[in-house]
Design a protein around this ligand. Structure first.
Ligand code: PBG
Length: 325
């Protein structure tokens, strides 16, 4: 008998059914969370975001119509970002009971009760200076900001948000939000923490979409240095100890190593945010005819799941539902 001395990987790749039999990672509709930008003012407005083809700033009614249609198409969860008509240094529209995010939550929960509504908890879309916290001169203050973030989270829960997701990167905010939610009677509202959030250039298009670019300086004193991996694990440990129910890594594709290491260490559900710049890169190349949009997008999302994400926030969610069905 001849010696069978080598591994033949091709045995299991011969047919589509054979490949399906040994497929390790499968993207499901319920893994995907679509972010939306809801703008105060004209309720029927739908303003295309130039740097994010296919995405819009939506008025309340336009948002409701678009989300309802996506839910009919299999969407399970949304993440909401608000664009207020007026901003001030304290970001007071972030925690106003009738703020645009609070109104959008109420409207969506009334229209599509089965939808999971997640709200981004941050001040940057609501502050006149564009930073994620209160500022004193050039400094972004940590502890005085916590109270405002907690008030924002509670106002979202009061409006009916199913999950609150702090993205500000202030230290101690998960604990402050947990305490405030519990005190207000929202012991059952989970916190999805943007635990490992890098100071990334991939957020560029988002800042046009959300009109939230910082008016001075940058976010490097609170968001993480892209060079650091161990520090991300410490951030995740801290948020876990403070009571986070989900951990998020953001951005996704350039940080799959972090996601994979975190998957080894944490038993919590993990989310990854495939951010605006990651979306726009694919859209732009596809518009040029240089890549196959659907194939590249699905390969990207599958890779994020393979690396360890249970959930993926992506601007491709609506389209992916069509592609997967
Ligand atoms: C708010 C926030 C940002 C993103 C999500 N929440 C912007 C930022 O931190 O500058 C980015 C999302 C994206 O790029 O798609 N702090």
């Amino acid at each position: 008998m001849a010696k069978t001395d080598f591994f033949r990987g091709r045995r299991l790749r011969q047919t589509a059914t054979m490949r399906a039999l040994v497929r390790e990672t499968v993207l499901r509709p319920e893994d995907l969370i679509q972010p939306y930008f809801v703008a105060e003012g004209d309720r029927h407005a739908s303003r295309p975001i130039g740097s994010m083809p296919g995405q819009h700033q939506l008025g309340l009614e336009a948002l409701t119509a678009r989300v309802s249609q996506a839910v009919d198409n299999g969407l399970h969860a949304v993440m909401l970002f608000g664009i207020p008509e007026s901003k001030d240094p304290q970001g007071s529209q972030a925690y106003a009971p009738e703020g645009i995010v609070q109104e959008a939550v109420r409207r969506l929960k009334a229209a599509v009760p089965e939808l999971t509504v997640i709200t981004d908890v941050c001040l940057c879309e609501f502050t006149s200076h564009g930073h994620c916290g209160l500022v004193d001169g050039q400094q972004v203050l940590n502890d005085p900001t916590l109270e405002l973030l907690a008030a924002t989270a509670v106002s979202h829960a009061e409006a009916g948000a199913d999950i609150v997701a702090p993205s500000d990167m202030m230290d101690g905010r998960v604990q402050a939000i947990r305490l405030a939610l519990d005190t207000a009677g929202f012991q059952q509202t989970p916190i999805m923490s943007y635990a490992v959030k890098y100071a990334s250039a991939f957020y560029g298009p988002f800042r046009e979409a959300a009109e939230s670019a910082p008016q001075f300086g940058d976010r490097k004193t609170y968001q993480m240095d892209p060079s650091n991996a161990r520090e991300g694990l410490r951030e995740a440990e801290a948020d876990t100890a403070e009571g986070a129910d989900f951990l998020m890594v953001k951005p996704a594709l350039a940080y799959l190593d972090i996601l994979s290491q975190l998957r080894q260490r944490s038993t919590l559900p993990l989310a990854a945010y495939h951010v605006s710049g990651e979306y726009s890169l694919i859209k732009a190349a596809a518009q040029q005819g240089w890549i196959d949009e659907q194939a590249v997008a699905l390969e990207s999302l599958t890779s994020i799941k393979r690396a360890g994400a249970d959930l993926i926030l992506t601007y491709f969610a609506e389209q992916a539902l069509d592609w997967l069905s």
